[in-house]
Design a protein around this ligand. Structure first.
Ligand code: FES
Length: 210
């Protein structure tokens, strides 16, 4: 056992001014390093603040049944999340149906780049759409069953009967724009509406027609 005396541990050299300076410098350096690195660390966790501010709304997909739709509220707009069935996805690719689409290649800026594909989404199994008709802003009604004239299921607008498929692609009536796709991401079976995907600048304000 070491005996402790006023000048330090007996047998161990008393701390010198130099060792004190080394220790202090190392401590200050470490604090400085953390302070410098913090913004990078902190930016990896933007969700907490954004969720609190309501900028991100999330949904657990685990409980979503095939053909089921859930409506969420994000930035004062309704957002539809649908688990699409295999039947819907097949019908959406039918040539005769695709030929009826107003904007089959999503030329108009109604979606982020990662949703500019035939199913207008990150994962074909799930549709994420802003639920506001692009004709005159009514809320379209969801049609789960694929039966004529709703060849693939989708949406019918109660106001002037515009129709959209389960990817929000307009195919009849006065609507000339597809339903918007909001910025979102999918993490661990959760949809995060409002979450920005790195490199993608698309925001609610980017939507050409809402
Ligand atoms: S508001 Fe939807 S078709 Fe008129």
């Amino acid at each position: 056992m070491n005996l402790v005396t006023p000048t330090g541990v007996l047998g161990s050299p008393a701390p010198t001014r130099r060792s004190f300076l080394y220790t202090t410098t190392a401590a200050v350096g470490t604090v400085g390093l953390i302070a410098a690195a913090w913004p990078f660390i902190d930016q990896m966790n933007p969700d907490a603040g954004l969720r609190a501010a309501g900028d991100i709304v999330d949904l657990n997909l685990i409980n979503l049944r095939p053909a089921q739709q859930v409506v969420l509220r994000w930035h004062h707009v309704p957002v539809f999340v649908v688990r699409r069935t295999a039947g819907m996805l097949r019908a959406m690719q039918e040539r005769t149906f695709v030929d009826r689409l107003v904007d089959p290649h999503s030329e108009r800026r109604q979606q982020p780049a990662y949703a500019r594909n035939w199913h207008r989404s990150i994962d074909p199994a799930y549709a994420v759409l802003v639920g506001i008709c692009t004709a005159c802003a009514c809320v379209p009604l969801y049609v789960a069953e694929a039966s004529p004239p709703d060849l693939a299921g989708g949406y019918v607008c109660p106001c002037c009967a515009s129709r959209y498929d389960p990817a929000g692609r307009a195919y009849s009536g006065s609507a000339q724009y597809n339903l918007p796709v909001p910025p979102y991401d999918i993490e661990h079976s959760r949809i995060l509406i409002g979450k920005k995907v790195p490199g993608e600048m698309f925001r609610l304000e980017s939507i050409e027609r809402i």
